[in-house]
Design a protein around this ligand. Sequence first.
Ligand code: NBG
Length: 877
Amino acid sequence: MTDAPTPLDLVAEDPENDRTDGAPVSLSESTTGGTSERTDGHAWRHETGPRHTPTSTLANGPVISPPHTVDAFVKAFLHELNFGQGVPLSRSSVNDQYLALARTVRSYLMARWLETARRRRTDKPAKMVGYLSAEYLLGRQLDNALLATELTDIATEAMVACGIEIDDLRQQEVEPGLGNGGLGRLAACFIDSMATLGASSIAYGIRYEYGIFQQTFVDNRQVEKPDAWLSMGGPWGVVHPEMEVPVNFGGHVETYVGEDGRERRRWTPAWGVMALRYNYMVPGYQNGVVNTLRLWRARATESFDLHIFNAGDYAEAVRAQTFAENISKVLYPEDSTPQGKELRLQQQYFFVAASIKDFIQHTMPKDFDVRDLPERIIFQLNDTHPVIGIPELMRILLDEHDLEWEEAWAITKQCFAYTCHTLLPEALEVWPVSLMERLLPRHMEIIYRINEDFVAELRETYPGDELRVRRMSIIADHPERSVRMAHLATVASVKVNGVAALHSELLKEKVLNDFSELWPERFTNVTNGVTPRRFIKLSNPEQSKLISDTIGKGWVANLDRLEELVGYADDADFREKFRAVKAHNKTRIRNVLVSRDGIALPEGHLLDVMVKRLHEYKRQSLKLLHIVTLYDRLISGEVDPSTVTPRTVVFGAKAAPGYAMAKETIFLINSVAQTVNNDPRVDGRLFVAFPPNYNVTLAEKLIPAADLSEQISLAGKEASGTGNMKFALNGALTIGTDDGANVEIRQLVGDENFFLFGMTEPEVAELQAKGYRPGEYYERDPQLRRAIDLIASGHFTKGSRDAVSSFVGDLLYNDRFLALADYAAYIEAQDKVEAAYGDQDNWSRMAILNVARTGFFSSDRSIRDYIDRIWHVKTGV
Ligand code: NBG
């Protein structure tokens, strides 16, 4: 047992520490030890001096990968269990076993990780992508790591040999929910694809101690609980306390005269924290590549005041520590309080400053000349959250490397590219100047200077057009003096991209119109994608097997090959098998929901699924009106239940804790579900389920079971959507508006295989310009009126009208996202869905064509687009 392979015995260098001087970094403790978090980290803190340089020839030798055999795997597993967890198999808990299994798999990844770094080092140093994202909604890691390393069967057998059911260990993993929704999940899909393409890249973010909150329902209302995802151990992260970087805040800036007689600015910060480096491995799909996701955790520079502690004031003794460490404490939900805002800006600067410093100081060779940065890095800004990186790089070049402004600006402008993920003006981040001045005074100064130059350029280009200058300025004057981060990003980036064709057009025409007029060549589109590894291969093994049996296995890394399935849509035998897959997946979700939530879905229903963040523009309220209409038809005797297509609607959605209307909608969905599911008049024809705490793990089970995918946002509001792609690829048909990536899905699958409804974006704009009055729709449409009246009457809320008054009032008198205007068209489209579902054979045909024609939505294609249009980095490395 003790001779288990330990791949790291033979290497002594840090992956992504690209130094050519070979300065080695010990990886030992956290990679082989029982805990991935070193608690005695402060012992390392000041160890920045010269490191031990190994003289052995093994130091730069090849990395030995543990053998891919059941026997070797068992040995490695027992080694981890015995010497990592410190327990014999006979006395180990499921958690011990899970941790040991995860670390065993990790050691296989580690070998590839080291090898990837070694390979890249020997090459002529290539330009890298630095992906900067405040969110990564990763989902569980174990299965993905097994798939990538082709160890699934071996690990399963090895566990059997140990008398362990591997499924029990799978359930033990708490997913790292370090993101709110689509934006964070996109980042996770993208890093998977970068690794699969072998793109030279490193991803940076924050290791939040608490991820997206755990949602529970109490009396039908959302109650949030902290997501302590690390409480049972975090086996996938490898901490390097000796590589931490300081990040500073506050203080003041002063002028001084340098030795050369030049005037310079000096920032004297008031306080700082240490950014502690955690590496997570990102394996490519069966290509031997393992990339790095580097997440930062904040640690106080001084752990606590021993003097005060000894005097007995324990709370005061740790006050500074708590304050500093709050920075990476919790993932920020959207929409929050002003106090929260400051912390949010701290988080953003914290991770971006740590990442840029890490890249320049640790990833680049020691003698690296910052003037070469544009040849070595392109930082991709995932939304505005990391945009503070622009003034930070300027600060480094000006204050730490003594460059002149013009030179620093020329360099900085080549090092960033910006992805915008929204069309809602209120979602574009804006920071009060007063806050910036207090927290980052030097950065504020730099932003002022960038703006000064920019505004001067504008006045030259558009003489006399002060209105335009004011619109475009990075600094806004109203309602409060503030910094528009999207403008800063646009001014400083090589490229600005939207995330779907329509979104990129609307960005140019609307949100950033002035900028696209000024710099048309700067704007481009990269339509989002999803990783077929997690969202088909792992989540839908039955469909994957059917596809592989039909066209071979190559589709997983080349999703365009799904096109080869087109002909099979006309093959009755294939359709039969395809239906069997769906039936299997429905049984699977039924079992999952029974054991997870005690929800028993009825059998034989059309499974209609709406899963996404709860937001008014996504219009969960419109879906609710549809359900109430179906219910009303059933209980009023208007239809004979036996003629109605039985339907189950499943919702999954979290509302930002401070978003009152979203929370009201959750309450109402739950209330409607309760009433509908218990009304005998419904006669088993309609069922509504809202399992709490929708997350990646649930998505993986739910999406493959769906028949119908709800993508019903108001046209012009959903930047892309990525759930829509996952559903189509898993054989669900879409009912959707002409919005976001729905547009491209429909174009690819064909109008006849898509249920389109609702206003187009120009129609929306026209109606709004005319003056939208939701009450008119209510007056005009008896079916709509009945649905709203039924809600307003308190029918679903135990007779309480008060409980629904804000929801109903908003619909009738505000309805910002025009749900009532699209209601009639939506109901009509849903009626078509029911009719179509009646012809099962044709439905399968349509579903197969959805799968066959949506290979375009692989995130591998998205990343190739980023590489061709924006990054220009090498692949296959
Ligand atoms: C979201 C959009 C989605 C889009 C994802 C990923 C934000 C700010 N934006 O439509 O709402 O699919 O980003 O691009 O979360």
